[in-house]
Design a protein around this ligand. Sequence first.
Ligand code: HEC
Ligand code: HEC
Length: 251
Amino acid sequence: MRAVLTLALAVALLLPAAAGADPIQQGIVIPHVPTGTPPVELGQQLFAGNCATCHGADAQGIPGRGPSLRGVGALAPDFYLRNGYMPLERPGIEPTPSRPVFDDREIRAIVAYVASLGKGPPVPSPDPARGSVSEGQRLFADHCSGCHQIALAGGYLTGGVAPPLNGVKPVQVAEAVRIGPYLMPTFPSSQISDKQLSSLIAYVEEAQHPQDRGGWALGHVGPVPEGLVTWLLASAALVAVCVLIGRRIQS
Ligand code: HEC
Ligand code: HEC
């Protein structure tokens, strides 16, 4: 009986070990640090436990697993952590927005640690009140709607997904535009100035709360699809009438 129990215990202990054998896929590691530990130090420990397997012990990058984070500043880790893109489950898949796995203190700590590794851009502080919604709409139509759609609904791309933007915050938009995550292009300030970025964000804010003036909302895509739908319904009705008339003539 004792032998059986020992065996069961050994299996129970070994199973998680075997599951954890893959060096990349692992759970979230939260170190226990004394209160008052400087953020950068906590950040380094969180990084060692959750990021180093792909980005390297000193964030220098590991070919085939994760890029170097030296010089990305505070901007990129803030974006990737606050929107739950990182830690990635395994290399090679598209990082997707989800619930962040770290709390605010932990995120600040990791961001401070990564930012301490090299000179890089800070977390932006956009001011949509300075922007113009109409200029923003034009900029969005030119640069963003091809993937995210003018009504922010998002869409499928070859090899990825452009997420819907109806819940995003101003900082998130400012960060995404400057980073260009995954398949999204990077827009440096030479292409979209800080002033234009304010307008772009003002438009995104406005479009998140559309006012439907009459007609069907149809996903807020405007009068052209509404016309198309009318035509579709009308032509279906016409076909039905033709079929009916045809039957009458035959009988
Ligand atoms: C399973 C591997 C993996 C893990 C674990 C992981 N990353 Fe990443 N990370 C990647 C890959 C791959 C990319 C590049 C994604 C892409 O193609 O856009 C990336 C990109 C990033 C970027 C953007 C870099 C840039 O140049 O814009 C940041 C910032 C980042 N990761 C931070 C982190 C942090 C912080 C953690 C730990 C909490 C973490 N990552 C955990 C694989 C990983
Ligand atoms: C070529 C297609 C493409 C274009 C053009 C593009 N995006 Fe994106 N965008 C993406 C993809 C793909 C992602 C998701 C990235 C990922 O999964 O890592 C994304 C992510 C984002 C996010 C983050 C959403 C979230 O929930 O975290 C924001 C905000 C964003 N884009 C805004 C913009 C704005 C503003 C523009 C125009 C200046 C723009 N995008 C242009 C493809 C695009």
